[in-house]
Design a protein around this ligand. Sequence first.
Ligand code: BTN
Length: 260
Amino acid sequence: MFDQQAYHNALNTSWLGESLIYKEELPSTNTFLKKLSTEELVHGLLVLVDNQTQGRGQYERTWYAEPAQNLTFSIALIPTQVGRFHVLTLAFALAISELVEEYSGEEAALKWANDVYVRGKKIAGLLTETIYTGQELNRLVIGIGFNVNQKTFEPEVANIATSLFHILDKKKEREKVLCDLLSRCEHYYRLWLRQDISLIKKVNGKLIGVGKYVRLEVNNTMLEEEFKFLGINGKGHLLVLNKELEAHTFSYEQIKVHIT
Ligand code: BTN
């Protein structure tokens, strides 16, 4: 069971994760925060669950996590600026990758658009969702599934999933891992808010496939031509060069990147 007291004792942020809702079981922490009333909503509120029964991933996929072994949580944010939300998702993924590197000394990388990989396997996935009231953003929900102490995975994902335990060969205290992560996320949230280009550079430095030729799937259609992947620009658009060295940009919603 997640130790809320140990978490609050170790937390070193100014606002992110100060408010915590812990549940032993929930269908999905993202769904929980999306449904929470506006009156109960606080910027930086974190909901964490030990047993998520209907975890949701990208592209309608299901997210499985062994109960009480991992960090399965969502954060509600009420940003003062609208747009570039996938850059924030990548910034939080960057925070996870840096933490994995700090703990293990092994290189961790970002896979477009919202996964963290180490030793060629996925260690974390993020799912960002928005709630609007009319035209106005009501909240942003960033859900994170971070494999921490899980030892075995379902056969269908065993070849593609990993955990901190697999990398370190020992268990980590989840409360401490979460606090370490939130400090990094809070830092990158600040950079994201002020549109600091150093954040974009860091993200590009960790994105798998940058500098390589990739195949692009645009609005569900695979393009014939290969493009050189340059990462994201300051607006958060994906930047590529074609074989004639002409630059093209694509919005996040349009695109999937296939590393060849
Ligand atoms: C993906 O890899 O496709 C994204 C996975 C996101 C999973 C997290 S776990 C906490 C939060 N609640 C959910 O239902 N999903 C996210």
